[in-house]
Design a protein around this ligand. Sequence first.
Ligand SMILES: NC(=O)c1ccc[n+]([C@@H]2O[C@H](COP(=O)([O-])OP(=O)(O)OC[C@H]3O[C@@H](n4cnc5c(N)ncnc54)[C@H](O)[C@@H]3O)[C@@H](O)[C@H]2O)c1
Length: 334
Amino acid sequence: MSRLKLGVIGAGAWGRNHVRTAAGLAEGELAAVCDTDATRREQVCRQYPGVHVTADVADLLGRVEAVVIAAPAATHARLALQCVEAGKPCLVEKPFALSTRDAEAVARAGVERRVPVLAGHLLVFHPAVERLRALVQGGELGRIYYLYGLRVNLGQIRADENALWSFGPHDVSVALYLLGEAPVRVAAHGKSYLQRQVEDVVFLTMEFASGVLAHVQLSWLDPHKERKTTVVGAKKMVVFDDMEAREKLRIYDKGVERPPEYGSYGEALSIREGDIFIPKIPNVEPLAAELSHFVRVARGAEPPRAGADDGVRVVRVLEAASRSLATGGAPVDL
Ligand SMILES: NC(=O)c1ccc[n+]([C@@H]2O[C@H](COP(=O)([O-])OP(=O)(O)OC[C@H]3O[C@@H](n4cnc5c(N)ncnc54)[C@H](O)[C@@H]3O)[C@@H](O)[C@H]2O)c1
């Protein structure tokens, strides 16, 4: 089978990773790159001499079979609609759109034109997240009580989006993917310290109908670089630490038990301290897995793991969280 001709729109700090990955893909071929910035275009021309480089999206669309959109967030919905209109499957970087309305318009257009649209929820392609999901969905952790995520570091400070929209799509998409449900209520607190009205730090809480509580701490103004998710279940607890080079997942056989004969007496609760198990996680680069999957979806060979509907669900949470932020943290029902 011939390699699928891929195009990348936006070859900036993150987009260049898509460019590099697409160029090295077995199932796909980097056919064209579009960027409105002349310096960026020159860089791509120098590094990838055989690739068509343009400032014109329509020019790119005429030369490729599927498109990765890695331009700034404000352009996502418009560019995705343009791709769908041209009949080209597209993978839209996070955040999928900047409003639920725009996200729904993209999802609807994809369904109407039968063009696959993917949400760039990279972490659902992380092998440790896949394993974590199997643990959650397979019941090994028991009933899930709560989970929390930490996504903090120093920089990159953005002016066009706050920490919620910049980092939040990762943790929100992971929470929804792990739990297989969307929250019914969210609340978010945040503060803008470095720039006016761009929150550098956001504390987001999500409540799910199943009773699960999820909390996410997001900041680009923090001394530590942390990428961590902790899931606490009735039987076991798991920590996914993406800053660990090898031992990314730790499964703690720990919990609190109440022997049936003691019923409701708090003093009868007993702490169980069992083994810590570190599973071997395959060494797969999530971005390469995401793009390979995108090629298969574009060919109709498999359904999207993170489709436009998932993009809409995550944007809905972020939009509700923004409303909560604006009111100083008041809960918002979804
Ligand atoms: N999945 C991830 O882990 C991850 C990580 C970082 C960033 N991102 C996302 O990727 C997107 C890009 O982020 P970035 O850090 O690369 O931003 P960036 O500003 O460094 O790069 C954006 C590029 O898009 C170009 N551009 C702007 N408008 C364009 C248009 N209309 N057509 C073509 N090119 C255009 C700019 O010239 C620039 O080169 C954002 O949505 C960001 O949230 C995702």
